[in-house]
Write a protein that binds this ligand. Structure first.
Ligand code: RB5
Length: 154
């Protein structure tokens, strides 16, 4: 599959390792930056990955920031994007199998490179189970997303 990878300055140190891990697992990569440790804003990079998925250019994305949290929050504002911060291998594959996650968010200030490699491999190997209860729950997420789309912050 094709996988978009992006980071902010907090995630820059992990990005090359993540890209290499994706390639070594037999997948194609799309590197959406950032390309240095100069400060940038993680929502901009979350948006790039989300758009690449929405446009069908890639099937999945990996976002890296300092904690993984900001990037995941931003990505989850986008329609059809299911992002999870996963710093354990169970969550990295279960997020796909149960929750149909299409984005893995990593915190480069929290985890080391070896764990990041295992998380990326687990995420990429996983497939949505398609079991009824998970299809029903994911459909409820999509419904929530639709119902929220007209809502404005007071
Ligand atoms: C950047 O300093 C940091 O706030 C960002 O990388 C991330 O951790 C946000 O969740």
């Amino acid at each position: 599959m094709k996988v978009a990878v992006a980071c902010d300055h907090g995630g820059f140190i992990l990005k090359e390792i993540v890209l290499e891990t994706v390639r070594n697992a037999g997948h194609e990569t799309m590197d959406l930056g950032t390309d240095s440790s100069d400060p940038v804003d993680y929502p901009d990079f979350a948006e790039k990955v989300g758009r690449a998925i929405q446009n069908g250019e890639v099937e999945r994305g990996i976002l890296i920031c300092g904690s993984g949290v900001g990037a995941a929050i931003a990505a989850n504002k986008m329609r059809g994007i299911h992002a999870g911060v996963c710093h354990d291998t169970y969550s990295a594959h279960q997020s796909v199998e149960h929750d149909d996650a299409n984005v893995l968010a990593l915190g480069a200030r929290i985890i080391g490179s070896e764990l990041a490699v295992e998380l990326v491999r687990a995420f990429l190997k996983a497939r949505f189970s398609g079991e009824d209860r998970h299809v029903r729950r994911v459909a409820k997420i999509s419904d929530l997303e639709r119902r929220e789309s007209g809502w404005e912050v007071p």
